[in-house]
Design a protein around this ligand. Sequence first.
Ligand code: ADP
Ligand code: MG
Length: 291
Amino acid sequence: MARSSHLAVVEAAPEESADSSGPAAGTEIVISGARKTFRRGTLETHALDGVDLTIGAGEFVAIVGPSGCGKSTLMRLVSGLLPASDGTVTIGGHAVNGPQTDLGIVFQKPILLEWRTVLDNVLLQTEMRGMGKAEHVDRARALLAAVGLTDFEQRYPHELSGGMQQRVAIVRALIHNPPLLLMDEPFGALDALTREQMRIDLEELWLAGKKTVLFITHSIDEAVLLADRVVVMSPRPGKVERVIEADLARPRGLAARKATAFTDAVDMITEIFLARGVLHSGKAKPTLVGA
Ligand code: ADP
Ligand code: MG
């Protein structure tokens, strides 16, 4: 498709951009013994209970787990937005002791400024980071083209569909060429068809840049279809229950759903959730989850 050629442009841009912070390639994340307890007065919530996880440079890792198991908390520990109660997180060998700037974050809601155009929403990041807006216009346009938004750069958020708004949020997260992308249920508010297309396009984008991606979802299918490895979390307090390799050829596109490796991985994760009481099979055989 025509988009592929734009992806090459996106790749070339960081080299030319003198003020892009950090390397273009991914960076390693090491999480060791991470615990988090929230306290308010006498109330305590044990959100995370000793998470150990290493995410390789350029790796795409998905975290799947039931609601409330601590997925977002773990992401906030990695981003430095929240301190761990115990344990450590390092990014590229450096301890995370406060909010990290050399990463991009995408949440479930796009959180765009309604009074700014698509292009200016993307460039807001460069303004806030004091990176020079003008130097990043070409990169912003190349990224917007890579996600199919070439004709929409002068539109306002309310003129876009939910999926398009989320594409803008992804571009905004990548404009400063961070080595690490954190995504917290980024497609959670989208309809199933849009979600499938976003998944396919995200893989294409990732293959072009090979950033390290930590992708949180509660969709088993989505996790297996996107990730190199799927981290299955236990119910709260969250722990790493199992790490499953998603051994599927890339690009995975639509065809991967038919692969045995896909259905095997989905079945394996489903069995774990059934065993942990996260899912109940009802009367039928436990093969329906993720459909
Ligand atoms: P998930 O993203 O997996 O749905 P979260 O990480 O958001 O789960 O939350 C994990 C647990 O921690 C939940 O029980 C939630 O209520 C609790 N929690 C999250 N943030 C806070 C907070 N700021 N204060 C108190 N409890 C919190
Ligand atoms: Mg969450």
